[in-house]
Design a binder for this molecule. Structure first.
Ligand SMILES: Nc1ncnc2c1ncn2[C@@H]1O[C@H](COP(=O)(O)OP(=O)(O)OP(=O)(O)O)[C@@H](O)[C@H]1O
Ligand SMILES: [Mg+2]
Length: 152
C-alpha cells in the first residue's frame, strides 16, 4: 500500500525529540493509535516524554518494557481530555497473542477515551489501525532522523 504522506525531522538533541512528541500530541483525539518504530535507544520513549508534557501527565514517563501496558491520567483541568487516558505500550517482551488478551489490550484499543502509543509494535498487532507511524533512526552523527507518516 502506498503511504499517503510523511514528514522528516532531524533531531540533534534529546530536547528536539521531546518537542516533536509534544507537537504531534496536539493532533490526537480519543481512540487514536500511534506506532513508534526504531531500534534500541533511537528515541521512542524520549518522544513519549513530550507527549506526556502535552497531556500534562504528572508522573515521569518511563519505559513500560516490563509492565508492557502503562496507563496515565491526563490533566483534569483540560476539559477536552477529561476522563481520557494516555496508554503507553511496549510490546518488545510480548511473545504470544494470548499474553496480549490477558493484559486487556482489546478493551483498551476499543475504548475511544484512550490515546494509545505503541513502541515496538509486534506483528501480532498488524491489524490495528494507526493514525500515525513514527520511525526513528540514529545517523552517523548520533542525531535522530524521525519520520512521521500520516495514515489517516
Ligand atoms: N536527538 C535525540 N533524540 C532522542 N534521544 C536522544 C537524542 N540524542 C541523544 N539521545 C539519548 O538517547 C536515548 C534514547 O533512549 P530512549 O529510551 O528514548 O530510546 P528507545 O527508542 O525508547 O529505546 P528502547 O527500544 O530500548 O525502548 C536517551 O538516553 C536520550 O537522552
Ligand atoms: Mg523505549
Amino acid at each position: 500500500m502506498k503511504e499517503k504522506c510523511y514528514e522528516t525531522f532531524l533531531s540533534k538533541t534529546t530536547q528536539d525529540t521531546i518537542n516533536l512528541g509534544l507537537r504531534l500530541a496536539n493532533y490526537l483525539k480519543g481512540g487514536d493509535v500511534v506506532l513508534l518504530k526504531g531500534g534500541m535507544g533511537s528515541g521512542k520513549t524520549t518522544f513519549m516524554r513530550g507527549v506526556g508534557l502535552f497531556f500534562k501527565v504528572r508522573e515521569p514517563i518511563q519505559s513500560p518494557t516490563f509492565i508492557i501496558i502503562k496507563p496515565y491520567n491526563i490533566s483534569k483541568n483540560n476539559v477536552f481530555f477529561k476522563d481520557h487516558k494516555l496508554i503507553h505500550v511496549d510490546s518488545y517482551r510480548l511473545k504470544k497473542k494470548s499474553d496480549f488478551y490477558d493484559l486487556g489490550f482489546n478493551e483498551i484499543v476499543n475504548d475511544k477515551k484512550n490515546i494509545i502509543f505503541i513502541e515496538n509494535p509486534s506483528n501480532l498487532m498488524a491489524n490495528i489501525k494507526a493514525k500515525y507511524i513514527v520511525y526513528f533512526n540514529i545517523n552517523k552523527n548520533n542525531n535522530r532522523i524521525i519520520k512521521i507518516f500520516d495514515k489517516s
